[in-house]
Ligand binder design. Sequence first.
Ligand SMILES: NC(=O)c1ccc[n+]([C@@H]2O[C@H](COP(=O)([O-])OP(=O)(O)OC[C@H]3O[C@@H](n4cnc5c(N)ncnc54)[C@H](OP(=O)(O)O)[C@@H]3O)[C@@H](O)[C@H]2O)c1
Length: 280
Amino acid sequence: MSMHRVNSEHGLAWVTGASSGMGRALALRLVRDGYSVVVTSRNHDRLVALQQEAAAEGRIIVLDGDVTDPQDMERVLASIEYDHGDLSLAVFTADVAIPVRGDDLHREAFEQSFAVNVNGVVNCLLPAVAHMKARGQGHIAIVSGVAGYRGLPGNAAYGATKAALINMAESLKPDLERIGIRLQVIIPGPVEATGSARLGFPGVAAISADAAAGQIVAGLRSKHFEISLPNATTAMTRLARWLPYGAYCSLIERVTRKKGMPPVSTVKSAKSAERPPQAV
Ligand SMILES: NC(=O)c1ccc[n+]([C@@H]2O[C@H](COP(=O)([O-])OP(=O)(O)OC[C@H]3O[C@@H](n4cnc5c(N)ncnc54)[C@H](OP(=O)(O)O)[C@@H]3O)[C@@H](O)[C@H]2O)c1
């Protein structure tokens, strides 16, 4: 079956986590591509600022919502479909990145990470799939991250949620394709974060959110299931994916001993100073 590809003529795009970072940059890119874009997050003022920034180029529709609340997401979907038009493309970027270390464990860090990053995606996925299934077409992309490929110190909660999303997308892909819905998984490497500070290796160069959004749009148009960006960094971590445990563990041990592994990376732009790293 030939799968539905991103095309602004087909209807509306929906981006969660659009108040900052990649979600925001992606919403602006999609507007420039001719989409009417529904943007969702909890911060109404930031979404309205985004709407005003895009006003000269196209239409952004602000629908506040907390992805951890399934009824909120049902309401957002109902508003998209009944007030604005058919949902064609949905990209789920909303997340939290909370550092977790083995010697300082907090239940809340795991609960909050899974509530936003995994259940939050499920809460958006269910109503989106229901509406797309009724039409027999649609396109969904779930944002995971390289931390989902293999375990990394500091990433016990965040990395586990991102691994879960990769597994979830792999599992759902064939079933959704059978009902006409295209599913992709987006795997960013380090990207300048404007919201929550990011976990990661020190010294790994980050690309801008706008450059990442450009690569995501290109990936959405491609035939690939996995959209990985930026390529140099993700290629390295992809290779690490295939290392046997002995080699992987000693690599991580060497890197963390040599360079140190801070709980949060320096992958932050000046803007991120507005919101301190989330800690539980
Ligand atoms: N930046 C990186 O280096 C990097 C690397 C790998 C993967 N990623 C992934 O790429 C995606 C975007 O990352 P980013 O750094 O650009 O993100 P970001 O700037 O930190 O933005 C996160 C977004 O999620 C929203 N959000 C958080 N909790 C929410 C909730 N309960 N309900 C609704 N929205 C919520 C925030 O909006 P409000 O606070 O307004 O609700 C914000 O818009 C994430 O999935 C992240 O895991 C990022």
